[in-house]
Every structure is written in C-alpha cells, then in structure tokens.
Design a protein around this ligand. Sequence first.
Ligand code: B12
Length: 243
Amino acid sequence: MAAPASIVEGFERSLRECLSPFGFEVQPFKVGWYNAVLQPSLHLSHPEDTLAVLVLSAPQMFEKAFKPFLKNREFKNIRDPIDECVAHYSFPAQKVEVSYDYEMLPNRRPRFLAQTAAHAAGAAYYYQRKDITADPWGNKKMYGVCMHPRYGGWFAIRALLVFPGVGAEGLVQRDPPDCVPSQELRIELLERFNLRWQDWSYRDIVPVEERYSEEQKTYFNTPPADRLKLLQESGDLQICPSY
Ligand code: B12
C-alpha cells in the first residue's frame, strides 16, 4: 500500500529521533534501488516501492549506546554485545523485518549486501574494483569498500529494516557523495582496505569529523571470543560467575 510522503517522512523522523542520540544514522530508501544493481537471486523479495531503512553506526555509537547498554542490562547468554545493542535500540513497534550485517542465509550468502545497500540508499559510496579504469592488481581478488562523507571508514553498516506493505513512492534517489574521486586515491583506498586494513589507515583516506576512540579500537582489535573478558576487566560488565 502506498503511504503518503508525509507518513514516510514522519516515520523516518521518528526512527532518526530514536536512534541518532545513540550514535546511529538512518537512511531510508526503496527496495527497488537496491534490487536494480543486483542479479535476481540476490533481490529482496518485496515490491520495488517498499520502504527500507539502512542503519549505520557512527564512531560515537560505542560510547553513546554500547557502553550505557552494557551497564543497564542483565547479561545472560550474550552473543556479541554490539549486536545485542543494535537489537535493543532498533526494534520499533511497527511490523518490520530486521536483517543484521552478520546474518547469513542457508546458502551462506549474507542476508543483505550492506555495501550495495549503503550505495543505493545514498549513504556511503561503494568503491569497487570496477570503479578503477586501469588497475594494477592482475588476478588478485580485491574487495570493495564504502566511504562515508563525514566519517570516512570510521563507521559500520549494522542493519537493514524493511517495512512490508509500506510504500515509499515519494522518496527520490540521490547518488552517494563521491568523496574519493581520483583514480590514484581509489587505488590507494582499495590497497589499504585489502592489504593493511588492520592499521586502520583506509578509514582516514578522506578528512573525517570523528574516529573511533582508543577504547573502541582496542575492543574491535580483540578477538570476539575474548571481548567479554576485556569488558569485564575494564569494569564495564559484571557477570555472575555461577552461569
Ligand atoms: C563476508 C564478509 C567479509 C569476508 C569477505 C569479504 C567480501 N567482500 O566478500 C572477509 C572475512 C574477507 C571480510 C573481511 C573484512 N571485512 Co567484511 N564483510 C563481509 C560481509 C558479511 C558480506 C560481504 C559479501 O559477502 N559480499 C558479497 C559480494 C559478492 O558482494 P560484492 O563484492 O559487493 O558484489 C556485489 C556488488 O558488486 C553488486 N553490484 C554489482 N554492480 C553494482 C553496481 C553498483 C553501483 C553497486 C552499488 C553494487 C553493484 O553485485 C555484486 C553481487 O552480485 C559484509 C557485511 C554484509 N552483510 O554485506 C562485511 C563488510 C563488507 N566487511 C567489512 C569490514 C570492515 C571488513 C574488515 C575490515 C574486517 C573488520 N575489521 O571488520 C575486513 C577487510 C577486508 C580484508 N582485507 O580482508 C564492512 C565494510 C564497511 C565498508 N566501509 O565498506 C562490512 C560491510 C561489514 C559492516 N558491518 O560494515 N569481510
């Protein structure tokens, strides 16, 4: 069913008001914009005008949502606190299908291609090997990377919300800002992302407003299996030893 533009706008505003104080950004788009660049087997199975919203985490999510979230909840059977935190803050009361960036389908494909969604939604340009006219990499596989106009590479794509039955005819597609326009810099970006992503430098290929704090970097540098221990040691998390 088509919703008037004002309803979609109001909806977007509510989501933004709810999530931005916690360091998340939301970007509404139409399912059809995403499907248009993908082969049919990867399509989201909703009519092309269906409203979808992409949720990104900005650098401050760690301090504004994740750490307060840890302090306010009882922890039992935690998988990854970041993911738990996203679940906590992004479930509105409306009927909504939520897919997280880490979720895989039985055929081992991701439930949605986060970078393609970010580009199609206009949130962050997805620089792919095919965006480089004469690349120097021969047969080597080079993964693509999204760059955000304000946070460079200091962000993550966390979740896709689809609102079945809500039409978004009023939305107008905008290209994401091309913040790495030169061929030389695109080559440098893909090399940093593929060959030395551990040094964080690909995230700074453009000037940025904010980066991850040292504490957040330490957290992400810690193997997932050791993260709970790290949080316990820093006093951000107390777990009852009996379970
Ligand atoms: C699997 C995965 C990996 C795998 C494989 C990577 C890969 N790209 O295939 C591995 C383990 C190697 C990996 C590593 C990393 N990853 Co990773 N990974 C993913 C994951 C879960 C799925 C990616 C995937 O399988 N894509 C499938 C392939 C086939 O898609 P594709 O190459 O984009 O091809 C499609 C497009 O080209 C599209 N297409 C065709 N034409 C056109 C035209 C246009 C205009 C557009 C937009 C699209 C488009 O069609 C193709 C499919 O047919 C995503 C999250 C997600 N749900 O998407 C994170 C993700 C890509 N990873 C991410 C990161 C940060 C990393 C790491 C730095 C690790 C880390 N610290 O988190 C490293 C860096 C890479 C490296 N040097 O190893 C981020 C990237 C953020 C960004 N700024 O882009 C993501 C988005 C996770 C997130 N939550 O933000 N990752």
